[in-house]
Design a protein around this ligand. Structure first.
Ligand SMILES: Cc1cc2nc3c(=O)[nH]c(=O)nc-3n(C[C@H](O)[C@H](O)[C@H](O)COP(=O)(O)OP(=O)(O)OC[C@H]3O[C@@H](n4cnc5c(N)ncnc54)[C@H](O)[C@@H]3O)c2cc1C
Length: 377
C-alpha cells in the first residue's frame, strides 16, 4: 500500500488543474490530482477547443497564450489527441468592421501580433467556407490552434499518470484543506502545498475568499452540427464583426467604439445576450458553433431558444456550410473576473487558488501554470 503522501495536491481536473499538474510533474514534484466528478465535465469539456492567442490582450497575456499554444502542439502527439493548427480568419461584411481590421493590422506589429489583412480574393484563397455576399475582406492569423476538448481533457489525466506517475483521484471531492492535510470522504492525504483549481465552484473551498474575489459566472450557449461531408473542411476557424466588440486585443482600435455603438443601436438583442459568433470544426467533422454570454452568480439552468436562433442567424451571414443540422446543444459556465485575465489568491500558507481565466482557459492555462510555479519556487 502506497502512503497517501504527495508534494502537491491539485483540486480540479479541468484545464487549469491539468495544466498545473503537468507543470508540477515536469518540475519533479509528486502530484495528486483530485476531481469530484467521475471525469471532468465543467467548462473545459464544453468549449470550442479554440487555442486563440489573437484575442488576448497584448503583452503578457498574449505571450502566455503563445506559450500555451506551444505546449498544446507538443502534447498532442505524445498524449495522442487530435489537434489542427488551422489559424483563424476574422471576416468583415461592413465598412466599419473592415476599418477595425485595417487599424488592427496596422497596430499589430507594435502590439506583438503576426496578422495579415486580406482582400476578398485573399479570404477566398484561405477558406472555401466563407459567405461571399457583402464580404469586404478579412484578417488572417496563423497562431490559432484547434483541439477537441472532450477528447483532450479526457486523455490528459491518463497521460500524466503514465508519464509522471501522477496519482489520480476521480469521484473524490476535496472538502477540507488544512495543510498538511487534505480531506476527502474516502482518504486523507498529507501534502506540502495545494492548488485549488475549482472553476465555478466558489462555495466548497475557501468560500470567504471567493465571496470577496469579484469573480462572477458566465453562461454560454453552444451547438454542434452533425458531421460535415468528408470532402468539406472549415479550414481556418472563422469569426466575424461581432467578435470585434469582445476580445481585448481589439480594444486598442479607435474605430471599435463607433462599431460597438452601431451594433447596440441596430441589434440590441446581440448585446442583451452577449452574442458574438465563432465556428471551429473538430476531428469528427462536426462544426462547433457559439456563443452567448450571460453574467451573474445565478446561472439560469434553462437554455433560451431565442439565443440559438440569433447565433444561427448571424452564423449564416459569414459561414457557408453544407450541413447545418444541429446534433447537440448545451451550455457551459466559466468563472470570470471583471478586470483581470485570472484570479490568484493565497487563502492559507501553502495554498493557492488559481481561477478566473474566463473565456480563455484553453488558450492561457499552460502558460499561466508556468508563471505560477516560477513565482512560487
Ligand atoms: C461554452 C464555452 C466555450 C469556451 N470556449 C473556449 C475556447 O474555445 N477557448 C478557450 O481558450 N477557452 C474557452 N472557454 C473557457 C474555458 O473553457 C475555461 O476558461 C476553462 O475551461 C476553465 O477551466 P477550469 O479548470 O478553471 O474549470 P473547469 O473546467 O470547470 O474545471 C474545474 C473542475 O474542478 C472540479 N472541482 C471543483 N471543486 C472541487 C472540489 N472541491 N474537489 C474536487 N474537484 C473539484 C470540478 O468538478 C471541475 O471539473 C469556453 C468556456 C465555455 C463555457
Amino acid at each position: 500500500m502506497r502512503e497517501n503522501k504527495a508534494d502537491i495536491a491539485i483540486i480540479g481536473a479541468g484545464i487549469v488543474g491539468l495544466a498545473h499538474a503537468l507543470t508540477a510533474a515536469k518540475r519533479g514534484y509528486r502530484v495528486v490530482l483530485f476531481e469530484r466528478a467521475p471525469r471532468a465535465q465543467g467548462a473545459s469539456v464544453r468549449n470550442f477547443g479554440m487555442i486563440w492567442p489573437i484575442g488576448q490582450a497584448p503583452g503578457a497575456i498574449h505571450q502566455r497564450a503563445l506559450k500555451s499554444r506551444q505546449t498544446w502542439l507538443e502534447l498532442a502527439p505524445k498524449v495522442d489527441f487530435w489537434l489542427a493548427a488551422t489559424g483563424s480568419l476574422h471576416l468583415a461584411y461592413a465598412d466599419d468592421e473592415f476599418a477595425i481590421l485595417t487599424e488592427f493590422a496596422a497596430l499589430a506589429p507594435d502590439l506583438g501580433y503576426d496578422v495579415q489583412l486580406l482582400d476578398v480574393a485573399g479570404v477566398h484563397a484561405r477558406s472555401q467556407a466563407v459567405q461571399e455576399k457583402n464580404l469586404k475582406g478579412g484578417l488572417w492569423s496563423a497562431s490559432e490552434v484547434c483541439v477537441d476538448p472532450r477528447q483532450a481533457i479526457a486523455a490528459l489525466p491518463g497521460y500524466l499518470e503514465r508519464e509522471y506517475s501522477l496519482r489520480l483521484r476521480f469521484s473524490t471531492p476535496v472538502h477540507r484543506i488544512d495543510l498538511p492535510r487534505i480531506e476527502t470522504p474516502s482518504e486523507t492525504w498529507t501534502v506540502d502545498r495545494a492548488l485549488v483549481c475549482s472553476g465555478t465552484d466558489f462555495e466548497s473551498l475557501y468560500p470567504e475568499t471567493f465571496a470577496t474575489s469579484g469573480l462572477t459566472r458566465c453562461k454560454l450557449q453552444m451547438m454542434r452540427t452533425a458531421p460535415q461531408p468528408s470532402s468539406w473542411h472549415l479550414g481556418p476557424m472563422l469569426t466575424a464583426g461581432l467578435i470585434l466588440r469582445h476580445y481585448a486585443a481589439f480594444a486598442h482600435c479607435k474605430t471599435q467604439a463607433a462599431y460597438a455603438r452601431r451594433i447596440a443601436a441596430e441589434r440590441p438583442e446581440f448585446n442583451a445576450w452577449g452574442i458574438h459568433v465563432m465556428a471551429s470544426q473538430n476531428g469528427l467533422g462536426e462544426v462547433i458553433i457559439g456563443d452567448s454570454h450571460e453574467y451573474g452568480l445565478l446561472v439560469d439552468p434553462f437554455d433560451k431558444t431565442e439565443i440559438d436562433r440569433l447565433i444561427l442567424e448571424y452564423l449564416q451571414t459569414f459561414l457557408a456550410v453544407p450541413e447545418l443540422r444541429i446534433a447537440q446543444r448545451w451550455h457551459g459556465v466559466y468563472a470570470k473576473h471583471p478586470d483581470r485575465a485570472d484570479f490568484i489568491a493565497e487563502p492559507a500558507p501553502g495554498v493557492k487558488i488559481v481561477n478566473g481565466v474566463g473565456g480563455a482557459g484553453m488558450t492561457t492555462s499552460f502558460g499561466l501554470a508556468e508563471e505560477i510555479f516560477a513565482e512560487w519556487e
